[in-house]
Design a protein around this ligand. Structure first.
Ligand SMILES: Nc1ncnc2c1ncn2[C@@H]1O[C@H](COP(=O)(O)OP(=O)(O)OP(=O)(O)O)[C@@H](O)[C@H]1O
Ligand SMILES: [Mg+2]
Length: 225
């Protein structure tokens, strides 16, 4: 069973010569196939916590481990490998590369880990069909709607069959209908393929679908469900 664990995590930033404590003594453990929601007001530290859990940023103090690897003790190369082989990340604002087509964007993780071949290409086509963006595969991102871009970002995060999928407000910029389409797809992927979802969201409807719900407030993480 794959497991991600954060022990006594703290994170602070220096802003105008003052220390801003964003996370203070945060503990959380996430097992494979769990669905975990992180809620909290704007500025509460949701993105900061997701970035640290996914190994994209380091805590000021505390420990993050994936199985037996402590992110603070391993080389950057080993950390990159853990991320590439186990994690997918969907950013708050999709982060698709503007001068690559949708299919090329989605293929990047497989190209980076050297697994891109005919089978992967077929798999990526299936993924694009599932996420209903296959007919836009040759377009550049700017031609797509917000919902289509977000679905492309989700497809890209799923290319390497991640065991843990981090989503930073994946439906925050979408209307109710498009948000609900994407939320159903994410829950379906987690339930059918055992992918853990770690999602920052303040959408109360979406939150109902999660096994565990946490709230960040005053730099502390409290379990609500
Ligand atoms: N690199 C940084 N340097 C300085 N301050 C930062 C940095 N990153 C985040 N912050 C600050 O830390 C706090 C938490 O930011 P974060 O983006 O994690 O909040 P959030 O809960 O994701 O908010 P939102 O719901 O608006 O996305 C904010 O006050 C933010 O300005
Ligand atoms: Mg955020």
């Amino acid at each position: 069973m794959n497991k991600l664990e954060c022990i006594k995590l703290s994170k602070s930033f220096m802003v105008n010569n003052e220390t801003l404590n964003v996370l203070s003594n945060v503990n959380i453990q996430i097992n494979e196939s769990e669905k975990v929601a992180i809620s909290g007001k704007s500025g509460a530290g949701k993105s900061t916590l997701l970035h640290i859990m996914a190994g994209l940023d380091m805590p000021s103090s505390g420990i993050v481990t994936y199985n037996n690897s402590n992110f603070l003790n391993i080389s950057l190369n080993s950390l990159s490998k853990i991320r590439l082989l186990n994690f997918g990340f969907v950013y708050q604002f999709h982060h698709l590369l503007d001068d690559l087509t949708i299919e090329e964007n989605i293929s990047i993780p497989a190209m980076l880990n050297g697994s891109y071949n005919k089978n992967t290409k077929n798999k990526i086509h299936k993924l694009m069909k599932k996420l209903n963006i296959h007919d836009r595969k040759n377009h550049l991102p700017w031609k797509l709607s917000g919902g289509e871009k977000q679905r492309a970002a989700i497809a890209r995060a799923l290319t390497n069959n991640p065991k843990f999928l981090f989503l930073d407000e994946p439906t925050g910029n979408l209307d109710i209908d498009n948000a609900s389409i994407i939320q159903d797809i994410l829950i379906d992927i987690s339930d059918n393929y055992g992918v853990a979802l770690i999602t920052a969201t303040h959408d109360n409807e979406f939150i109902k679908a999660f096994n565990k719900v946490f709230e960040l407030s005053n730099a502390k993480l409290n379990e609500l469900k």
